[in-house]
Design a protein around this ligand. Structure first.
Ligand SMILES: NC(=O)c1ccc[n+]([C@@H]2O[C@H](COP(=O)([O-])OP(=O)(O)OC[C@H]3O[C@@H](n4cnc5c(N)ncnc54)[C@H](O)[C@@H]3O)[C@@H](O)[C@H]2O)c1
Length: 358
């Protein structure tokens, strides 16, 4: 049983620092080192963990520090190369979502993990939206049969535009994998969990209609989608739909998940933290509204407590010698649906997931 976990964090921008803040609140672990090529990001980490050692080159950190867990929170297009270095070591790994910017990268990461497989090693992908309290509650209700057989899963994300990032990496699809990979892998993961089936076919319509249209970097205009509808067919016949708008600041909820089954409809709303359940027999008057919040010990952070719970779950797996709950294969599948949706928009056609997975 590992008593104390020593963490190294690679990439200490917005999300790396979010991990550090969460880890500081958990007993039995400490961030002892961090690495970032960008001085202001290193300074942000330094303010949070004054005793930890900062590095410019993560390879130097990996060579110099005795670490138990490494968190990779660098831009999407760097995940694979950083992962390839980290996975060769005897450490547990949390790699941020999306696992890679496309299926080929994810498959190669799975292969290198297999080649360097170590017994008891936990490799976890940061698909943490499953840990948001209303989402978790909805998944539990579906699993316990409340809605009968789930048939339709609609997820709406209506939010603000992408934030500014270090060196503006998120303004270009070549760095992110495209909005439907970068942002929406979270939702394709949640959809797949609810459907309990494999996604097989994707049709999408989307564009860059409003945001970043006049942003030019080194002479090249930003090319990221800001709205889309994505329809996903699952092998079981379950249908999913994602409705994404990134110019919808005027929304009460940033995320709404709605599952309709043979017996009832279940909805989860974030950040209102409400779950509504309505059976078919009693109609509108029978709808029950449940207020769902994380317990008071959970650190809310940027994602409604999801990052904190993700770390607790990962540490539990490490200490008890369990498999990761969010696997590299989950990371691959969520990227595959996003990539299929991007391709569907680019080529105006239905895309089979098998074609994407090769
Ligand atoms: N789980 C979530 O909900 C969630 C939320 C936001 C971001 N993310 C993911 O986290 C990752 C980081 O996103 P962010 O928002 O923190 O971006 P960011 O730009 O704020 O931070 C990225 C940091 O990585 C550093 N970096 C780049 N290359 C590096 C290298 N080779 N070695 C060390 N440091 C390097 C940059 O200097 C920067 O400080 C992305 O993959 C993103 O998709 C996940």
């Amino acid at each position: 049983m590992v008593e104390f976990l020593r963490y190294g964090v690679i990439g200490t921008g917005m999300m790396g620092c979010e991990h550090i803040r969460n880890l500081k609140e958990i007993d039995g672990c400490a961030v002892v080192a961090y690495a970032d090529t960008h001085e202001p990001s290193r300074n942000s980490a330094k303010r949070l963990v004054t005793q930890a050692t900062g590095y410019i080159d993560y390879r130097e950190m990996l060579a110099s520090e005795k670490l138990d867990v490494v968190v990779i929170a660098t831009p999407n297009h760097t995940h694979k190369s950083v992962f390839d270095d980290v996975i060769k070591l005897d450490v547990h790994v949390l790699v941020e979502k999306p696992l890679g910017i496309n299926v080929a990268e994810c498959q190669s990461m799975i292969d290198i993990d297999k080649r360097h497989r170590k017994s008891g090693r936990v490799v976890w992908v940061g698909l943490e939206y499953r840990y948001m309290a209303p989402t978790r509650h909805l998944i539990d209700e579906v699993e316990s049969g409340t809605c009968g057989e789930a048939k339709m899963i609609a997820i709406r994300e209506h939010r603000f535009p992408f934030l500014k990032k270090v060196d503006d990496w998120n303004r270009f699809s070549k760095n992110t994998g495209g909005t439907l990979v970068e942002k929406c892998c979270h939702f394709f993961d949640v959809m797949t969990i609810i459907a309990k089936s494999r996604p097989v076919k994707v049709y999408a319509s989307g564009a860059q209609d409003v945001n970043h249209l006049d942003e030019i970097y080194d002479g090249v205009r930003s090319d990221i989608l800001d709205n889309a509808y994505v329809v996903v067919d699952f092998a079981s016949g379950v249908r999913g739909m994602l409705d994404l708008s990134m110019f919808a600041e005027g929304s009460k909820n940033e995320q709404e998940i709605c599952v309709v089954g043979s017996k009832a409809k279940i909805e989860a709303m974030m950040p209102e933290s409400i779950v509504r359940i309505g059976g078919r027999e009693n109609g509108r008057n029978g709808v029950v509204e449940i207020s769902v919040s994380q317990s008071s010990e959970v650190v809310p952070g940027f994602h409604g407590g999801a990052s904190y719970l993700e770390h607790l779950a990962m540490q539990n797996a490490i200490r008890l010698g369990l498999e990761a709950s969010v696997t590299l294969e989950d990371g691959l599948l969520s990227v595959a649906v996003g990539q299929a949706a991007q391709l569907s928009i680019a080529e105006n056609r239905i895309v089979a997931i098998d074609q994407i997975l090769g």
